[in-house]
Design a protein around this ligand. Structure first.
Ligand SMILES: Nc1ncnc2c1ncn2[C@@H]1O[C@H](COP(=O)(O)OP(=O)(O)O)[C@@H](O)[C@H]1O
Ligand SMILES: [Mg+2]
Length: 251
């Protein structure tokens, strides 16, 4: 059954004196691929952290399946079926691929279920299956990103929050990562909320786009309606800020 999986309603988050989110709202329906686009410092990671329970908004509401999760701990929220792929991947370089994946399954209480999850997972990630006993630090950047995604889906989440999967990867590799994410959506019935700094390669993969800047949502729309990029560029850079040369390369 389709329904609203995540609802973020006018949240405000601050780190001490710094206001990171000043009234952010968004919604993700079950089965959607939604992307938050915004420049460095816009508040993208903070938004995902708020949903995953890593930071607590001082105002506003966050609901999963219509029920408030405000004040719940990250482990409690994870049990509702959320999993976060953090920015920078957080791979343990000296541990093997296999060991990194088993760490991802740590909240899985049942060892038999964890083993079955690992086997199912390796069918989705043949590249990782081939490199199971390599130290993760020897994988390429793209493979490490695959490992971070694989680790996050070990616990069979319904919603995957992915923070800048494209960071530092070549365009061809970025497309491969997105192929895997979209494959997971089909095969593991995943809903995806993804942060990116650039809409360049994302517009063709996402169903809907939000543009975040300065801790405020600037734009929301269906990717199909935003293909020419113009509305996104305006939202991303603001109107009349004189950065026309940068507009073409970054948004
Ligand atoms: N742990 C933190 N302590 C203090 N300030 C932070 C912290 N994390 C993020 N910020 C600040 O909050 C703002 C939003 O950051 P972030 O959510 O990381 O943006 P983005 O992911 O879009 O780059 C930035 O100004 C950033 O410097
Ligand atoms: Mg970030």
């Amino acid at each position: 059954m389709m329904g609203r999986l995540v609802e973020v309603d006018d949240i405000h988050v601050r780190y001490g004196d710094l206001v990171a989110l000043r009234g952010v709202s968004l919604a993700v329906e079950e089965g959607e691929v939604v992307c938050i686009i915004g420049p460095n410092g816009a508040g993208k990671s903070t938004t995902l952290a708020a949903i995953a329970g890593g930071v607590t908004p001082e105002a506003g509401a966050i609901r999963i399946d219509g029920r408030s999760i405000l004040g719940q701990r990250p482990e409690q929220i994870a049990r509702l079926g959320l999993s976060l792929v953090p920015e920078g991947r957080h791979i343990f370089g000296t541990l093997t691929v296999d060991e990194n994946l088993r760490i991802g399954g740590y909240i899985q209480r049942d060892r038999t279920a964890a083993k079955a999850d690992l086997e199912r997972l390796l069918e989705l990630f043949p590249r990782l299956a081939e490199r199971l006993h390599y130290p993760a630090g020897r994988l390429s950047g793209g493979e490490q990103q695959m490992l971070a995604v694989a680790r996050a889906v070990m616990t069979r989440p319904r919603l995957l929050l992915v923070d800048e999967p494209s960071l530092g990867l070549a365009p061809k590799i970025i497309d491969q990562i997105y192929e895997i994410l979209l494959d997971l959506r089909q095969r593991a019935k995943l809903t995806l909320l993804i942060n990116e700094q650039s809409s360049n390669r994302i517009l063709k993969h996402a169903d809907r786009i939000y543009v975040l800047r300065g801790g405020s949502m600037q734009l929301e729309g269906r990717a199909a309606d935003l293909q020419d990029g113009e509305a996104i560029r305006h939202a991303y850079f603001g109107f009349g800020n004189g950065h026309s040369a940068r507009k073409e390369t970054h948004a």
